[in-house]
Ligand binder design. Structure first.
Ligand SMILES: Cc1ncc(COP(=O)(O)O)c(C=O)c1O
Length: 380
């Protein structure tokens, strides 16, 4: 029998719930991907790149036009002067960027601070590298970070902290005061930071995204991770990127080159051309805010109670008026017997509170899908 390196890990809940939704013909508000297609122009650009012969290995770091577009984007957004050749790397989705950054940083017995609930990739990646996740528990319904409490978790072995804003699954955004507090924490210690910013453009109600790229004291020890999948509705293309200072990028690329080496050439050319039109990502806050509101309004008469969502394409709903089942059982019942798939909140916690009665719904879907799901949920 193989001695598993991840004995407690099974198939991710996202895959499990999406398969269950398919099997029972349920409306899938579980996994975080849109059920509408990407811009046909972007598809055309990918085909065009193939026809133009961009079909062989690209450079390991990514093609220059895409690296340059990314550097120019953040220079405009945050007035940061990035060296595209040495600070930007194109990755196989944000997932590979996170995995490679963790692998580049974490040595055996190093401690890594995670703010739980957390995206499910972080913990196994730390464990596979011999590191030890150290958990700071964010409590419902406000999920506020007390940075003094986070500081008390730091020991001589702490190597890294991973943050995620806008946050999956809680839909909250770290504010300027959070980033300032983290910046002084990083400056007082030897911590590195991985900042998972895949939902950078999905911010609502006038909130702005606070990237570590805006805070020199954070960026100097940070890896900022992004996803074209989330920004351009192409989660299946598996293209993302990592921005880090030159010295950190050097170490990052040592792992990246032996992990995936590089990512599909024609897709990189297509994305580089598509990025020229900034409106495509600048209009995303309104686009997704409409969807959040649409679902929330449609569920107004249901017995599900919405928690605040400030960003991402997720909103948490409290189902305690409907059922006292634990959330993993509740979502099974919801999918199989009522035709709507959701994600149970407890799976994002290392040590979930058994009293938790929250589900995560993804509103990154067509209005028709959201309306149909809401009709079923209102009937409960
Ligand atoms: C918080 C978070 N980080 C990273 C990822 C992975 O992004 P990608 O699909 O670009 O690998 C996801 C995808 O759902 C996510 O929600």
């Amino acid at each position: 029998m193989l001695n598993s390196k991840l004995p407690e890990v099974g198939t991710t809940i996202f895959t499990v719930m999406s398969s269950l939704a398919k099997k029972h013909n349920a409306i899938n508000l579980s996994q975080g991907f849109p059920d509408f297609d990407c811009d046909p122009y972007l598809q055309q650009l990918a085909y065009q790149a193939m026809k133009q012969g961009h079909n062989q290995y690209p450079p390991m770091r990514g093609i220059d036009p895409l690296l340059e577009q990314i550097a120019s984007k953040y220079s405009q957004l945050y007035q940061i002067d990035l060296d595209p050749g040495h600070e930007v790397t194109i990755t196989a989705g944000a997932a590979e960027a996170i995995y490679s950054a963790i692998t580049a940083l974490v040595h055996v017995d190093d401690e890594v601070i995670l703010l739980d609930p957390a995206y499910d990739l972080y913990k196994p990646a730390i464990i596979l590298n011999g590191g030890k996740p150290v958990i700071y528990h964010l409590k419902a319904p406000h999920f506020i970070v007390d940075w003094n409490e986070v500081k008390s978790l730091i020991t001589a072995k702490t190597r890294l902290i991973i943050i995620n804003t806008p946050h999956n699954p809680i839909g909250r955004i770290l504010k300027e005061e959070d980033l300032v507090a983290l910046e002084s924490l990083v400056q007082e210690t030897d911590l590195y930071v991985i900042s998972d910013e895949v939902y950078e453009h999905l911010t609502f109600d006038g909130y702005t995204h606070e990237s570590i790229l805006k805070y020199p004291g954070l960026y100097s020890r940070g890896f900022a991770v992004f996803s074209f999948g989330k920004t351009y509705h192409v989660t299946g293309w598996r293209v993302g990127y990592c921005i880090a200072p030159k010295e950190l990028t050097k170490e990052f690329r040592k792992v990246h080159q032996f992990n995936v080496f590089t990512v599909p050439t024609p897709l990189q050319y297509a994305l580089a051309a598509y990025m020229e039109d900034k409106t495509m990502y600048l209009q995303l806050p309104q686009f997704f805010e409409h969807k959040r509101n649409y679902l929330q309004n449609a569920l107004e008469s249901s017995r599900l109670k919405a928690l605040k969502s400030e960003g991402s394409y997720f909103q948490l709903y409290d189902y305690s008026e409907l059922s006292d089942k634990i959330d993993t059982e509740f979502v099974q019942d919801l999918t199989i017997n009522h035709g709507v798939a959701a994600i149970p909140m407890s799976v994002f916690y290392t040590d979930p509170d058994p009293q938790i009665r929250l589900i995560r719904l993804c509103f990154g879907k067509t209005d028709a899908t959201l309306a149909a799901a809401a009709e079923r949920l209102c009937a409960l």
